[in-house]
Design a binder for this molecule. Sequence first.
Ligand code: G16
Length: 590
Amino acid sequence: MLAMLDSEVAPATTLKPRMHTSPINMSTTSVTSFTVDTGIYEGQKPGTSGLRKAVKIFQQEHYTENFVQAILQALGDQLSGCTLVVGGDGRFYGKEAVNKIIRIAAANGVRKLIIGQNGILSTPAVSTIIRKYKTQGGIVLTASHNPGGPDADFGIKFNCDNGGPAPDNITNKIYEITKTLESYKIIPDISVDIDKIQNISIKVDGKPFTIDIIDSVKDYLELMKEIFDFASIKKLLHGSADKPAFKVLIDSMNGVTGPYVKRIFSTELGVDDTSLVNITPLEDFGGLHPDPNLTYAKDLVNAIKQGPYDFGAAFDGDGDRNMILGKKAFFVTPSDSLAVLAANLKLIPYFQKTGIKGFARSMPTAAAIDRVAAKYGVQFFEVPTGWKYFGNLMDAKDLSLCGEESFGTGSDHIREKDGIWACLAWLNVIAGLGKSVEDILLDHWKIYGRNFFTRYDYENCNAVSADKMIQYIEISIQKPAFIGKKLQYEGKEYVVKRADNYSYTDPVDGSKTAKQGLRILFEDGSRIIFRLSGTGSSGATIRMYIDSYENDPATFVKDAQLVLKPLINIALEISELHQHIGRDAPTVIT
Ligand code: G16
């Protein structure tokens, strides 16, 4: 058996099919599968959310085929006769990957594939369709917020039958299979026009196989209309005799949400097309880095700063992240966004029907929502970074609303975070409260106090140096003398209460997840957290998170970077970040 590294291409001579049939197309009604010998690619280990690598790595001979075969094999008994959803964010290599999945799924005994037209399905739409049609899962073709194009990134992620990203036990199983795979099954040269809505049925190895190419937006739109009060949002957007129209600017960053934004905001809610920007999905996102934050969505930030807009929203490549802005680009941190929605959830029809079961956030997310949970006596959970950790809680009916500092917000309507949902939730809440975004935040802080939060990202660092830095911090903070230590910067003092490498036990199935980030917790509730990103495709990305609570109203309007300066500097000193990776400044600050 041949072992290949990510960057190595398998010699074609070792990879001949065992059997050969003549090429077929979908006018052929009966076809036969065959098996192709393959070699092993090392490093097909899914990260925080699926396998993300450079396009050129996925383009290597048999690389994508191997991983798809491993996903299917991991389905075990569920594979034969199952239905799977397939779609992605429209990035380069997506259509090619859809066709490979069709050929491999058909040969592996899958009964039916539901595929978004043009290969387009947002990540939340995949989750919606898996749940609505009760399929055994879905394959999502996305590298999320990472740039796209021939020289950028691609990704493949498996979602389970609950509609959520596969948990660790499944992704570990997929990875184990990739390490021993000797062959994959395929029907070569099936050609399906995935740009056309159609239903195709053939026989594969004597068994029925169906491909349903569906409208990418319809099912998701129907769900949004069930959840939100579209009539009151429409009234807000268009104004009335005594209220001016509420002007919005929505930016899809040339990602997958374009068609969804067009149908929801233009067709359904009547928003003028000039207020919907970058709504054509492009294979390279038009050169944008489709990550909705203050750095990468700066065109939206500038347009809102200078324009007449009351509200702005941007979404990432695959449509699960969101950024919310108020007038003059007043920035709502994802942690505050989550807390404000939690405090006002009862304004949304869906939660009036379902009730509020619980709230949750990922560990590095600022603790603003904790205070809302405490006030209303709602159960609260803290989980590791990764949306997959919310799924069990939702399935156990313990969780209604959750979110992450990484611009993810969502609810139990599906099992993925959901950018457009978050935007509609905000508009529904604004319509209900009749206040500006800024006033909603100021009022919220008056009641709960403010968690100041920032995240520093150091992208593309040397992986060895980054690992060394994490080890260095871990050793330093685990020395007994570290607890109780007084750390100072410019007169501000913080006393260390606790420090550890965060681990989590899932309250539903008891599964344990260790080493999820280094935490330094201070007496006053402030926190410094370090972890390595699990979504990058090359080198290492170091994330440094700072969370500090203030209840003095005089501080509420202050700039977060100023308020957090002492803690930021303490974090840089403890980690010796500059000495380890030689960087003076982060790549992105949020
Ligand atoms: C994924 C996960 C999120 C996670 C984020 C950042 O988001 O679904 O739960 O917070 O990655 O992860 P990391 O800090 O490891 O890079 P997405 O939008 O990239 O799928």
